[in-house]
Design a protein around this ligand. Structure first.
Ligand code: SF4
Ligand code: SF4
Length: 306
């Protein structure tokens, strides 16, 4: 089994994205986020993803359906059924070749239950591997200023999982930032001011770090603009369908930075916005730059660019 065979199999089983990082790329991660804490003999970290259907965002973009479109097909079913099946089948493939495979879900650490360390030299269970670090290390993409993982195929639209293995596989080059152009559409689209680009910090693989804004997750958890918290997924809400995430997708597509292209633009109308009390905010009373909204009307008044 080599890297090409493994990737080919992953794609046959439904993966839209698959990349490989060598284990040495994780040396800078603390034990509580490091894959080697879970599998000390790990030699390769495989990161695989399935796309989020653009159409699953349509109901949220129009403000008319959140749960049965994005909430299921874009979020929970995609992670719990479709991606988990692809991940499981890839792990079976690895183990049929005599290597161990450790399948891992793409959790974030905020609010996840922690146990008691079983020995003084071990981090507390459950170790939660830094998924975005792994995905960058496996060459799949980058983290944008607004904190979204971005790929050249789908922009913001993917769900990721990992498989740790003791198989030594040809790694992909680490990804550098090339999609996010610091346009700040995500910052401008947030009615609650939760993305603070003035308090950005470098994140990612050493030598390839990217500046990412501070996010106030407390505000995001209360956001009525499409943010969602899935069961068992801790306290960091999913923001891909939120006002900030949809603004980013729209900006990347308008700048022609997503290889998965469509006949019609994602954003067709001025986006809806609710304030923290769930009241509609009329376009004239919003604090953001209208060019960032990216609707047909806004494109007349401002420049584009992701
Ligand atoms: S989820 Fe809501 S509050 Fe958080 S950054 Fe996005 S738009 Fe702002
Ligand atoms: S909206 Fe612009 S600044 Fe924000 S993450 Fe996307 S590309 Fe980067």
């Amino acid at each position: 089994m080599d890297a090409a065979e493994l990737k080919d199999y992953a794609r046959q089983r439904g993966a839209d994205l698959v990349g490989i990082a060598s284990a040495d790329r994780f040396a800078s991660l603390p034990p509580e986020a490091n894959p080697l804490s879970i599998a000390p003999e790990c030699r390769s970290v495989i990161v695989l993803g399935r796309r989020i259907l653009r159409g699953s965002l349509r109901g949220v973009e129009e403000g008319t359906n959140f749960g049965s479109t994005y909430g299921l097909f874009g979020f929970q079913w995609l992670e719990d059924n479709f991606l988990s099946r692809t991940t499981y089948e890839l792990t079976l493939f690895i183990e049929s070749h005599g290597y161990e495979g450790v399948p891992l879900f793409g959790y974030s650490p905020e609010g996840m239950p922690k146990g008691v360390p079983v020995a003084p030299d071990k981090p507390a269970p459950n170790v939660i591997v830094d998924l975005e670090f792994a995905a960058q290390a496996a060459g799949l993409g980058e983290v944008g200023l607004g904190g979204f993982f971005l790929t050249p195929e789908f922009g913001t639209r993917q769900r990721l999982a990992m498989v740790l293995t003791d198989a030594e596989l040809e790694p992909d080059p680490v990804a550098d930032r090339r999609l996010c152009g610091d346009c700040r559409a995500c910052v401008d689209a947030c009615p609650l001011g939760a993305i603070n680009a003035d308090d950005a910090r470098p994140v990612g693989v050493p030598g390839h770090t990217m500046w990412v804004a501070a996010i106030d997750w407390r505000l995001c958890r209360a956001c009525p603009n499409g943010a969602m918290v899935g069961p068992g997924r801790g306290e960091r809400p999913d923001r891909i369908a939120a006002a900030c995430g949809r603004a980013c997708l729209n900006q990347l597509e308008r700048a022609d930075k997503c290889a998965n292209r469509f006949e019609q633009p994602f954003r067709k109308r001025t986006p809806w916005v609710l304030d923290s009390l769930h009241r509609p905010v009329p376009p004239g009373e919003r604090g953001y730059n209208p060019a960032s909204a990216g609707c047909a009307k806004a494109s007349e008044v401002g420049k584009e660019g992701g």
